[in-house]
Design a protein around this ligand. Structure first.
Ligand code: SAM
Length: 294
């Protein structure tokens, strides 16, 4: 299978300054791309993911690469970081990676509801075992005000109002059960109004649904705060975000705690190099910020 390509990984691993037998947490294990680089440098990794399938993929990949002795997979949400460290690690950690967003198989696969081309699902839950609320439920049961709150707050979609009217009209005909149907409803609205867009017109609405379904902003705020407690003095955290809403949270956190509890490692956020973007266009929107615990 094709594994997810980790972004800004050279810079991330350099910043973490991996040392033999030091303990690192990869809070977003995915397919283990970042984790494997830490393992190859001799670090011990606890890899957290709330997607059981990805956890399995990473476990097998790391076993095949011969590093399973120093790797500990954990099925959980990274918003439980403090609890995980207390229960499973029992000591402060030397470094933390959070690489937000979705892995390529989650983004493009059928049956998850994240892709505009998913003709079978509008789910969007990263962990269907533990999460109740799906995007399908939001789209089919939320009233105008509730949808407006989501689309305007998290997507800053200026056409939220007419798009919601169209969604409500469509769902009265029959429930909207697939990502493709929702994407087409939004695309049709743009076409009918002759509105041009450089990106797929449904991008922003899809992002806002994903953020709400998976409580992404609260998870991020929580893990940042908990990182202050679980990383040892001089340990490093590297946080990779993929859109301005996430980056704003990290930037604010870093500003709030700078020089009291943390020191910023890279004054200017790190972006993917031209060469990396050429090889992996998905890295274009990635931003890496990093801090050291004092
Ligand atoms: C961009 S991928 C990480 C890719 C990884 N760095 C690699 O090299 O393969 C993000 C991963 O984090 C997981 N994830 C997202 N939010 C999470 C959360 N709150 N808790 C645990 N895992 C999460 C997703 O399921 C996905 O597998």
């Amino acid at each position: 299978m094709e594994f997810h390509t980790p972004v800004i990984s050279t810079e991330t691993i350099d910043l973490l300054n991996i040392q033999e037998d030091k303990v690192y947490i990869d809070g977003t294990l995915g397919h283990g791309g970042h984790t494997l680089k830490i393992l190859k440098k001799g670090g011990i990794v606890y890899g957290i993911d709330q997607d059981r399938k990805n956890l399995e993929i990473a476990k097998n990949r790391i076993k095949e690469a011969g590093f399973e002795d120093k790797f500990f997979p954990i099925y959980n949400n990274f918003n439980q970081l403090e609890e995980i460290v207390k229960k499973d690690i029992k000591q402060k950690i030397d470094g933390l990676i959070i690489d937000l967003g979705l892995s390529q198989n989650q983004q493009t696969g059928q049956g998850r509801g994240f892709s505009f081309n998913d003709e079978t699902s509008l789910d969007m839950r990263l962990d269907p075992e533990k999460q109740d609320l799906s995007a399908e439920e939001i789209i089919n049961t939320y009233n105008y005000d509730e949808l407006y709150e989501i689309f305007s707050k998290y997507a800053q979609e200026i056409y939220s109002k007419p798009i919601i009217f169209k969604i409500i009209k469509e769902r009265q005909k029959s429930p909207i059960k697939t990502a493709t149907r929702l994407a087409n409803i939004i695309r049709d609205f743009y076409k009918e109004r002759h509105i041009r867009s450089n990106i797929d017109p449904s991008t922003k609405i899809f992002l806002s649904l994903r953020i709400v379904v998976n409580d992404e902003f609260n998870n991020l705020k929580n893990v940042l705060l908990q990182s202050l407690k679980v990383i040892r003095k001089d340990g490093i955290a590297c946080i990779i975000t993929f859109h301005s809403g996430e980056d704003r949270i990290v930037k604010q956190f870093v500003r709030d705690y700078s020089n009291q509890k943390i020191i910023i490692e890279n004054k200017k956020p790190i972006k993917a190099s031209f060469q990396e973007i050429k090889k992996n266009p998905l890295s274009r929107s990635a931003t890496l910020r990093s801090y050291r615990i004092v």
